[in-house]
Design a protein around this ligand. Structure first.
Ligand code: CAO
Length: 414
């Protein structure tokens, strides 16, 4: 049995943030019915296409384990069917522009009267306030949630990260909101509204930077590269590759860095493992030197320290550095390229990187469920073709007859 078996999700999501959420719920065993506009479907089916006329990887990698139903929810019969689906489902998830579902005639007030047990969950760009009506994509959220202003180097522009913290980050937050609401419903018997704004989710993930904003009022941030020679302004600055925690860290070059853009490793000079690190790089002298042998005296010269470490790492590959430093308990990690991750045997073995077969695309790689439940393992099933399950869902979930189905198809509702 899967953890969410028996939970039925009416999935009105599109693009990335909402689909990330419902994909996780599907991996935990929920029956996710993806409602898509007839003919076009989720716009990402056709975006960033690598193979002509085949659903894009953008779509297929975000919609595993779901069923697809085409339905025009602005059409009279389509609305009736949608209402019956609301009655038949436990959760409705959407991430349209603000007000889209209301404009279709499905306000939260109305949804509650249709199914008081329904959990209605949404991703929006912003919460209540001056920007609540705005449409938002990933990088807009990274900029407005504090990610961009704190990412990059001090002398460079604000920078967005490849990790999709605005979209997938918000989707993960929303999934937690949904299962929490389902848990509460077990006791209250009632559904509720769940909303996660992308700005809020990004800010939550940038929590430590708001911490630093307040620390700044009490003096310079001594673990930042600006200390001691650079200037601090009024806001948390960009800190390059400095560690966000109390243990200094940096990315240093490894053997081959001249030709390989990823021949780098991150090294954290945790106090407890510093002696081993100093010995490994041939700086035994630091151990008895009062200018070097405490974390406090090292803080003003972190750049010198990492230069010395780099002098040594440049003579070894990133994997050799890892092999030497790991037994010494020095926290470190090679900068892995997507190519290396795709080929990494341990990620294949754990089901985090999975090969999936698709009827029109053939085989492709995807990221499986990163959350491992011992009693509810996730099997990754391919994303559905547009409308692949329309008949099955309308007949077996709503009990529609062949005639009703044909009539709905005939007037363009499905
Ligand atoms: N049948 C009929 N109409 C449908 C439909 C269906 N099955 N599915 C969607 N539609 C309609 C919507 O009702 C909406 O119509 P109205 O504009 O008349 O209300 C219309 O399709 C388009 O929806 P949209 O405005 O959400 O789409 P968009 O491409 O213009 O905007 C996005 C996309 C992502 C910017 C916007 O949806 C948004 O801001 N969402 C919230 C934030 C979010 O999740 N962003 C992450 C996106 S991933 O980077």
């Amino acid at each position: 049995m899967k953890a969410l078996e028996g939970v039925r999700i009416l999935d009105m999501t599109h693009v990335q943030s909402g689909p990330t959420c419902t994909q996780l719920l599907a991996w935990f065993g929920a029956d996710v019915i993806k409602v898509e506009r007839p003919e076009t479907g989720d716009a990402t089916r056709g975006q960033l296409r690598d193979v002509p006329d085949v659903d894009s990887l953008y779509f297929t990698m975000l919609n595993h384990n779901k069923r697809s139903l085409t339905l025009n929810t602005k059409h009279g019969t389509g609305k009736e069917i949608f209402e019956r689906l609301i009655q038949a489902c436990d959760v409705l998830v959407e991430n349209f522009a603000p007000g889209a579902l209301d404009r279709m005639g499905f306000s939260w007030e109305r949804i509650q009267t249709i199914n008081p047990r329904l959990i209605y969950a949404s991703v929006k760009g912003f919460g209540p306030g001056p920007y609540e009506e705005c449409k938002v994509y990933e990088n807009v959220a990274q900029c407005t949630g504090g990610g961009a202003s704190t990412t990059g180097f001090d002398d460079g522009p604000p920078t967005v990260t490849g990790a999709q913290i605005g979209d997938s980050g918000t989707g993960v937050h929303l999934a937690l909101g949904i299962v929490t609401a389902l848990f509460q419903r077990e006791r209250s018997g009632k559904g509720q509204r769940v909303i996660c704004a992308m700005q809020d989710a990004v800010l939550n993930l940038c929590r430590v930077k708001l911490r630093d904003q307040q620390r700044l009022t009490h003096g310079p941030l001594r673990e930042y590269p600006q200390y001691p020679d650079g200037k601090f302004g009024e806001a948390t600055p960009r800190s390059g590759n400095a560690s966000g925690g109390g243990q200094p860290g940096w990315i240093v070059k490894c053997l081959g860095w001249e030709d390989d853009p990823n021949a780098y490793i991150y090294i954290i000079t945790q106090a407890a493992a510093f002696d081993g690190l100093a010995r490994a790089i041939g700086r035994h002298d630091w151990l008895d030197d009062p200018d070097w042998n405490t974390p406090k005296v090292r803080l003003p010269k972190l750049d010198q320290m990492f230069n010395e470490i780099e002098r040594w790492t440049k003579t070894k590959t990133k994997f050799e550095v890892m092999e030497i430093l790991n037994p010494l308990n020095v926290p470190c990690g090679p900068v892995l390229s997507m190519k290396e991750l795709a080929e990494e045997p341990s990620l294949r073995a754990s089901g985090t990187v999975v090969e999936v077969d698709h009827p029109t695309r053939g085989s492709y790689l995807t990221v499986g469920n990163p959350i491992k439940l011992s009693d509810s393992p996730a099997e990754v099933e391919r994303a559905p073709l547009l409308g692949e399950h329309t008949r099955d869902i309308l007949q077996n979930v709503l009990g529609m007859t062949d005639q009703e189905l044909e009539a709905a198809q005939g007037d363009g509702a499905v």
